[in-house]
Design a protein around this ligand. Structure first.
Ligand SMILES: Nc1nc2c([nH]c(=O)n2[C@@H]2O[C@H](COP(=O)(O)OP(=O)(O)OP(=O)(O)O)[C@@H](O)[C@H]2O)c(=O)[nH]1
Length: 142
């Protein structure tokens, strides 16, 4: 089978949902590309949607949490064997500061130190490094 190269990457919005130095993550569901790998909530833009809108919608759909997108932390382009993606990572918070993700979604709050021990999609590497540096700065009293 000949597969045609797409002309443009698939645009994806990703939410770095933060609370008390922890981030909301889950393992990618069975049957999805990279099943079992950990991920932040997010997904592809629908037609006419901005990456920020897609982030807020996907975070809400996937976790059940009303989401507020803050600054765009990073935009990067990455080629996986399964897809060519343009990823927009937004710092996010939950609209209700005490709300929890629906348990059946598998999302949980994880400290940055633990994030570093888990396997994420390759494109996330610079983000994880940045979160780790920031966490180091907050906890280091010197
Ligand atoms: N959700 C999410 N996707 C990520 C992350 N890092 C990363 O490279 N991606 C990539 O971004 C793309 C997101 O696609 P997806 O399959 O989750 O999107 P979706 O929810 O719209 O999928 P669907 O087509 O099954 O509805 C995948 O290629 C995934 O590998 C991450 O931290 N979270």
């Amino acid at each position: 089978m000949i597969r045609e190269e797409p002309e443009k990457p698939i645009v994806v919005g990703i939410g770095l949902m933060a609370r008390d130095g922890r981030y909301l993550i889950r393992q990618r569901p069975p049957g999805s590309a990279m099943a079992g790998v950990w991920e932040f909530p997010g997904g592809k833009c629908e037609p006419g949607e901005t990456p920020e809108q897609a982030t807020v919608r996907e975070c809400h759909e996937e976790t059940g949490l009303a989401t507020i997108a803050g600054r765009l932390r990073r935009r990067l382009v990455h080629r996986y064997p399964h897809a060519w993606v343009e990823l927009f990572y937004f710092d996010c918070t939950t609209a209700d500061p005490a709300a929890e993700p629906r348990p059946e979604t598998g999302f949980r709050w994880v400290e940055v130190q633990e994030l570093l021990t888990l396997t994420f999609p390759g494109a996330n590497e610079p983000i994880l490094e940045e979160l780790s540096n920031e966490a180091g700065r907050t906890t280091d009293p010197t």
